[in-house]
Design a protein around this ligand. Structure first.
Ligand SMILES: [Zn+2]
Length: 273
């Protein structure tokens, strides 16, 4: 089922280039800058990065993680994002073969990864990711129907109902959360994210995504984030202030898990009833 090695190498290279572009989106969209122009610059000395300094993975290693202009270190996050996206693309094509479904899985994973990173860094889900995601999901739902290859994705009708269900469910959850906690619980970015997820997964699995995302988020916050913040506030002798929850960070991986395995969970649950 997996394509031959030369094709997988090509998939890895394409994935690394997509990851490189994702770095640009992650850096610029939260600041409301264009991802097309101006060309990439060093964020510190503003020196324009030449094409041979911008080769995914290779340049960072060849330049020993330093800017050629100011010699200041370049974050390892850039090559890490490139490598992770490249590996995700390889995994998608290894699993689903050389197909439209593999491309849809790879692109959705890339968009969700970008959303998770910007939400974690800035508590923000840029429209660039979600508008592209929604158009991509809609266009490929139709294309999948035309060529008769849908894989784990919702068809066009379920995509439409799913987008509304996902966005509606998270809006209701956020609204009730606000009523209970008297604080803003959910940003509008989460609503746009769940429109994309619902479009890809359809109505039933978009609800499961909200549930799984809330579960992953609650466990992570209770077991990891709260204890760290509590210890820090004790050390600094400051009052304990619970940190804000970037829900998109948990919804994004939940959506991928539910896309790939959600049907089995739903089948199992229905059999228990
Ligand atoms: Zn520099």
């Amino acid at each position: 089922m997996a394509p031959p090695l030369p094709i997988m190498l090509l998939v890895f290279l394409v994935g690394a280039c997509v990851g490189s572009f994702l770095n640009v989106c992650i850096a610029r969209w939260p600041a409301e800058l264009s991802v097309v122009s101006p060309p990439s610059r060093c964020p510190r000395c503003e020196r324009q990065i030449r094409w041979y300094e911008n080769v995914p993975l290779v340049s960072w290693a060849a330049m020993r993680a330093r800017c050629a202009g100011c010699k200041l270190p370049i974050s390892a996050i850039y090559p890490a994002v490139e490598l992770l996206v490249a590996l995700a693309w390889v995994a998608a094509f290894a699993w689903f073969g050389l197909s439209l479904v593999a491309l849809r899985v790879a692109v959705l994973a890339t968009v969700l990864f970008g959303i998770a990173v910007t939400d974690a860094k800035h508590y923000l889900i840029p429209d660039g990711f979600t508008v592209f995601g929604l158009l991509w999901v809609a266009a490929t739902a139709i294309a999948g129907l035309v060529i008769g290859e849908t894989g784990p994705f919702a068809g066009p009708y379920d995509a439409l109902v799913g987008a509304c269900t996902g966005a509606g469910a998270i809006a209701i959850a956020g609204w009730l959360g606000e009523v209970v906690t008297k604080k803003e619980a959910m940003g509008f970015g989460d609503v746009t994210l769940m429109a994309v997820v619902g479009g890809a997964l359809g109505p039933g699995r978009s609800l499961l995504t909200v549930f799984v995302g809330a579960l992953i988020g609650a466990v992570t916050f209770l077991l990891v984030v709260f204890p760290i913040v509590w210890v820090r506030s004790r050390r600094a002798k400051e009052p304990f202030a619970p940190p804000q929850v970037p829900f998109g960070v948990f919804l994004a991986p939940a959506a991928m898990l539910v896309l790939l395995w959600g049907d089995r969970v739903i089948d199992w649950y229905l059999r228990q009833m």
